[in-house]
Design a protein around this ligand. Structure first.
Ligand code: PRP
Ligand code: URA
Length: 209
Protein backbone atom coordinates (compact mmCIF):
# COMPACT_ATOMS: atom_id res chain seq x y z
CA UNK A 1 0.00 0.00 0.00
CA UNK A 2 1.44 3.32 -1.00
CA UNK A 3 1.09 6.46 1.02
CA UNK A 4 -1.25 9.38 1.47
CA UNK A 5 0.92 12.48 1.92
CA UNK A 6 -1.03 15.16 3.75
CA UNK A 7 0.91 18.33 3.08
CA UNK A 8 0.27 20.41 6.16
CA UNK A 9 2.78 23.18 5.34
CA UNK A 10 1.54 26.54 6.71
CA UNK A 11 1.66 28.19 3.28
CA UNK A 12 -0.59 25.48 1.83
CA UNK A 13 -3.00 25.66 4.77
CA UNK A 14 -3.21 29.46 4.50
CA UNK A 15 -3.85 29.36 0.76
CA UNK A 16 -6.42 26.59 1.13
CA UNK A 17 -8.42 28.73 3.56
CA UNK A 18 -8.54 31.51 0.95
CA UNK A 19 -9.90 28.97 -1.57
CA UNK A 20 -12.53 27.85 0.92
CA UNK A 21 -13.82 31.41 1.45
CA UNK A 22 -16.97 31.88 -0.66
CA UNK A 23 -16.02 35.55 -1.13
CA UNK A 24 -12.77 34.72 -2.96
CA UNK A 25 -13.16 35.77 -6.59
CA UNK A 26 -12.20 33.91 -9.74
CA UNK A 27 -8.87 35.69 -10.32
CA UNK A 28 -7.53 34.99 -6.84
CA UNK A 29 -8.97 31.46 -6.78
CA UNK A 30 -7.22 30.57 -10.03
CA UNK A 31 -3.92 32.08 -8.91
CA UNK A 32 -3.98 30.22 -5.62
CA UNK A 33 -4.83 26.84 -7.18
CA UNK A 34 -1.77 27.30 -9.37
CA UNK A 35 0.45 28.35 -6.44
CA UNK A 36 -0.69 25.37 -4.37
CA UNK A 37 0.14 23.05 -7.25
CA UNK A 38 3.68 24.46 -7.29
CA UNK A 39 4.08 23.93 -3.54
CA UNK A 40 2.66 20.40 -3.70
CA UNK A 41 4.91 19.60 -6.66
CA UNK A 42 7.93 20.31 -4.46
CA UNK A 43 6.87 17.41 -2.22
CA UNK A 44 5.66 15.10 -4.98
CA UNK A 45 9.04 15.29 -6.72
CA UNK A 46 11.11 14.68 -3.58
CA UNK A 47 12.13 11.21 -4.85
CA UNK A 48 13.37 12.30 -8.29
CA UNK A 49 16.71 10.65 -9.02
CA UNK A 50 19.87 12.75 -9.18
CA UNK A 51 23.15 12.20 -11.00
CA UNK A 52 26.57 13.72 -10.45
CA UNK A 53 28.16 16.20 -12.82
CA UNK A 54 31.56 17.78 -12.76
CA UNK A 55 31.71 21.52 -13.38
CA UNK A 56 33.66 24.65 -12.66
CA UNK A 57 32.24 27.22 -10.30
CA UNK A 58 33.88 30.67 -10.54
CA UNK A 59 36.12 29.46 -7.68
CA UNK A 60 36.89 25.75 -8.11
CA UNK A 61 36.08 22.53 -9.96
CA UNK A 62 33.77 20.11 -8.16
CA UNK A 63 31.24 17.30 -8.44
CA UNK A 64 27.64 18.36 -8.00
CA UNK A 65 24.11 17.01 -8.37
CA UNK A 66 21.64 17.52 -11.20
CA UNK A 67 18.36 15.82 -12.04
CA UNK A 68 18.99 12.50 -13.80
CA UNK A 69 16.49 13.44 -16.50
CA UNK A 70 13.66 11.08 -15.61
CA UNK A 71 10.84 11.40 -18.11
CA UNK A 72 7.78 12.98 -16.52
CA UNK A 73 4.25 13.73 -17.63
CA UNK A 74 1.42 15.51 -15.92
CA UNK A 75 -2.17 14.61 -16.69
CA UNK A 76 -4.84 17.10 -15.59
CA UNK A 77 -8.38 15.79 -15.31
CA UNK A 78 -10.53 18.31 -17.22
CA UNK A 79 -11.69 20.77 -16.37
CA UNK A 80 -10.55 21.63 -12.89
CA UNK A 81 -7.18 19.87 -13.16
CA UNK A 82 -6.19 22.43 -15.80
CA UNK A 83 -5.91 24.99 -13.01
CA UNK A 84 -2.91 23.10 -11.60
CA UNK A 85 -0.92 22.70 -14.84
CA UNK A 86 0.98 26.01 -14.93
CA UNK A 87 1.91 25.67 -11.27
CA UNK A 88 3.64 22.35 -12.02
CA UNK A 89 5.27 23.56 -15.24
CA UNK A 90 6.84 26.44 -13.25
CA UNK A 91 9.02 23.80 -11.57
CA UNK A 92 9.21 21.16 -14.31
CA UNK A 93 9.06 23.11 -17.58
CA UNK A 94 9.98 20.10 -19.72
CA UNK A 95 7.17 17.83 -18.49
CA UNK A 96 4.82 16.58 -21.21
CA UNK A 97 1.11 17.17 -20.66
CA UNK A 98 -1.66 14.66 -21.35
CA UNK A 99 -5.33 15.54 -20.99
CA UNK A 100 -8.24 13.42 -19.85
CA UNK A 101 -11.77 14.80 -19.84
CA UNK A 102 -14.13 13.38 -17.24
CA UNK A 103 -17.28 14.80 -15.74
CA UNK A 104 -19.45 13.43 -12.99
CA UNK A 105 -22.88 12.31 -14.09
CA UNK A 106 -25.19 14.56 -12.05
CA UNK A 107 -27.56 11.65 -11.27
CA UNK A 108 -25.11 8.88 -10.38
CA UNK A 109 -21.88 10.86 -9.73
CA UNK A 110 -20.13 8.24 -11.87
CA UNK A 111 -17.31 9.58 -14.09
CA UNK A 112 -18.04 9.93 -17.82
CA UNK A 113 -15.08 10.23 -20.20
CA UNK A 114 -15.36 12.76 -23.03
CA UNK A 115 -11.79 13.55 -24.12
CA UNK A 116 -8.33 12.03 -24.08
CA UNK A 117 -5.00 13.01 -25.63
CA UNK A 118 -1.75 11.61 -24.26
CA UNK A 119 1.92 12.05 -25.19
CA UNK A 120 2.88 9.15 -27.51
CA UNK A 121 5.47 7.83 -25.05
CA UNK A 122 3.23 8.14 -21.96
CA UNK A 123 3.92 4.48 -20.99
CA UNK A 124 7.61 5.32 -20.44
CA UNK A 125 6.93 8.34 -18.25
CA UNK A 126 6.31 8.80 -14.56
CA UNK A 127 2.89 10.44 -14.39
CA UNK A 128 1.34 12.88 -11.94
CA UNK A 129 -2.46 13.05 -12.27
CA UNK A 130 -3.84 16.48 -11.32
CA UNK A 131 -7.28 17.28 -9.96
CA UNK A 132 -8.02 19.79 -7.18
CA UNK A 133 -10.85 17.65 -5.77
CA UNK A 134 -10.96 14.00 -4.67
CA UNK A 135 -14.57 13.49 -3.57
CA UNK A 136 -15.99 9.99 -4.20
CA UNK A 137 -12.73 9.09 -5.94
CA UNK A 138 -14.59 7.94 -9.06
CA UNK A 139 -12.92 10.42 -11.43
CA UNK A 140 -9.37 9.94 -10.15
CA UNK A 141 -9.69 6.16 -10.04
CA UNK A 142 -11.06 6.04 -13.60
CA UNK A 143 -8.24 8.31 -14.86
CA UNK A 144 -5.60 6.11 -13.22
CA UNK A 145 -7.19 2.93 -14.62
CA UNK A 146 -7.11 4.56 -18.02
CA UNK A 147 -3.41 5.48 -17.70
CA UNK A 148 -2.56 1.94 -16.59
CA UNK A 149 -4.35 0.75 -19.73
CA UNK A 150 -1.85 2.86 -21.68
CA UNK A 151 0.98 1.02 -19.91
CA UNK A 152 1.89 3.64 -17.27
CA UNK A 153 3.57 2.01 -14.28
CA UNK A 154 4.55 4.89 -12.01
CA UNK A 155 1.59 7.12 -11.23
CA UNK A 156 1.06 9.70 -8.48
CA UNK A 157 -2.15 11.58 -7.73
CA UNK A 158 -2.07 15.25 -6.70
CA UNK A 159 -5.16 16.90 -5.22
CA UNK A 160 -5.75 20.03 -3.20
CA UNK A 161 -8.63 18.76 -1.09
CA UNK A 162 -9.94 15.23 -0.45
CA UNK A 163 -12.73 13.41 1.35
CA UNK A 164 -11.96 10.18 3.23
CA UNK A 165 -14.20 8.24 0.80
CA UNK A 166 -12.16 9.37 -2.21
CA UNK A 167 -8.89 8.43 -0.59
CA UNK A 168 -10.25 5.01 0.40
CA UNK A 169 -11.56 4.41 -3.14
CA UNK A 170 -8.23 5.23 -4.81
CA UNK A 171 -6.30 3.18 -2.27
CA UNK A 172 -8.62 0.22 -2.86
CA UNK A 173 -8.49 0.44 -6.67
CA UNK A 174 -4.86 1.56 -6.97
CA UNK A 175 -2.83 0.60 -3.90
CA UNK A 176 0.37 1.39 -5.85
CA UNK A 177 -0.45 5.11 -6.24
CA UNK A 178 0.82 7.75 -3.81
CA UNK A 179 -1.64 10.57 -3.08
CA UNK A 180 -0.49 14.16 -2.34
CA UNK A 181 -3.12 16.45 -0.85
CA UNK A 182 -3.18 19.58 1.31
CA UNK A 183 -6.12 18.53 3.53
CA UNK A 184 -8.71 15.82 4.12
CA UNK A 185 -12.16 17.12 5.05
CA UNK A 186 -14.85 15.41 7.09
CA UNK A 187 -17.03 13.95 4.33
CA UNK A 188 -19.45 14.45 1.45
CA UNK A 189 -22.91 15.99 1.24
CA UNK A 190 -25.87 14.38 -0.53
CA UNK A 191 -24.58 15.69 -3.91
CA UNK A 192 -21.12 14.21 -3.25
CA UNK A 193 -19.62 17.66 -2.62
CA UNK A 194 -16.84 17.79 -0.07
CA UNK A 195 -17.89 19.24 3.32
CA UNK A 196 -16.90 21.90 4.32
CA UNK A 197 -14.89 21.89 1.08
CA UNK A 198 -14.53 24.82 -1.28
CA UNK A 199 -17.46 24.29 -3.64
CA UNK A 200 -17.21 23.35 -7.29
CA UNK A 201 -13.55 23.77 -8.19
CA UNK A 202 -14.15 23.87 -11.96
CA UNK A 203 -16.80 26.56 -11.67
CA UNK A 204 -14.65 28.65 -9.33
CA UNK A 205 -11.52 28.38 -11.53
CA UNK A 206 -13.35 29.20 -14.75
CA UNK A 207 -16.05 31.51 -13.39
CA UNK A 208 -18.89 29.43 -14.83
CA UNK A 209 -21.30 29.99 -11.93
C1 PRP B 1 -14.97 17.56 -10.20
C2 PRP B 1 -13.51 17.55 -9.81
C3 PRP B 1 -13.14 16.11 -10.00
C4 PRP B 1 -14.41 15.40 -9.60
C5 PRP B 1 -14.22 14.87 -8.21
O1 PRP B 1 -15.12 17.58 -11.55
O2 PRP B 1 -12.72 18.42 -10.55
O3 PRP B 1 -12.78 15.77 -11.32
O4 PRP B 1 -15.45 16.37 -9.62
O5 PRP B 1 -15.30 14.11 -7.83
P1 PRP B 1 -15.23 12.54 -7.63
O6 PRP B 1 -14.03 12.27 -6.77
O7 PRP B 1 -16.53 12.25 -6.93
O8 PRP B 1 -15.14 11.90 -8.97
P2 PRP B 1 -16.54 17.74 -12.28
O9 PRP B 1 -17.10 16.40 -12.60
O10 PRP B 1 -17.40 18.67 -11.48
O11 PRP B 1 -16.14 18.39 -13.67
P3 PRP B 1 -15.45 19.82 -13.99
O12 PRP B 1 -14.00 19.71 -13.57
O13 PRP B 1 -15.62 19.92 -15.46
O14 PRP B 1 -16.18 20.88 -13.23
N1 URA C 1 -16.05 18.33 -7.27
C1 URA C 1 -15.89 19.60 -6.87
O1 URA C 1 -15.52 20.48 -7.66
N2 URA C 1 -16.15 19.89 -5.58
C2 URA C 1 -16.53 18.98 -4.69
O2 URA C 1 -16.73 19.31 -3.52
C3 URA C 1 -16.70 17.65 -5.15
C4 URA C 1 -16.45 17.35 -6.43
Amino acid sequence: MEKVHILDHPLLQHKLSILRDRNTGVKEFREIVSEMATLECYEATRDLPLKEVELDTPVARGTFKTLAGKKLAIVPILRAGLGMVDGILNLIPSAKVGHIGLYRDPETNAPVEYYCKMPVDIAERDVIVLDPMLATGGSASAAITFLKGYGCKHIKLMNILAAPKGIAQVQKDHPDVDIYVAAVDEGLDEHAYIIPGLGDAGDRIFGTK
